[in-house]
Design a protein. Structure first.
Length: 116
């Protein structure tokens, strides 16, 4: 069972008797991991592209809160897997293109072109 953040807040403010229950702590840790994973996914999807392979909050308070929850600096570097495969390019990969040499993940500028 996954508790919502509100349910966790209620639990944390009303019950301290069950803390000796290791299963409850494991469930809470699992829920926190799931919540942080969701926050991370949202930050990667909605944060603004910054310079040289980074994302930034752009001063948007919701993103600032998300970055703070994740312990990220602003700007935050994108993982290599999210960057264009073209050597020397630091743009976010936005295109996936099947080619004769395999699948290429690139920015739009470096996306392989289809043969006419
Ligand atoms: Zn590129």
């Amino acid at each position: 069972m996954t508790r919502t953040p509100e349910e966790w807040a209620d639990f944390l403010h009303t019950s301290h008797e069950d803390w000796s229950d290791g299963l409850l702590q494991e469930q809470m840790i699992e829920d926190m991991r799931e919540l942080l994973g969701a926050i991370e996914d949202l930050a990667y999807q909605f944060a603004y592209d910054g310079r040289a392979g980074t994302i930034t909050t752009g001063g948007l308070s919701a993103l600032e809160t998300a970055f703070a929850c994740l312990g990220w600096d602003d700007p935050h570097p994108l993982p290599d897997a999210m960057l264009c495969e073209e050597p020397g390019c630091h743009e976010r990969a936005t295109c996936g293109t099947p080619t004769e040499k395999g699948y290429r993940t690139t920015c739009s500028k470096h996306a392989p072109r289809r043969k006419p």
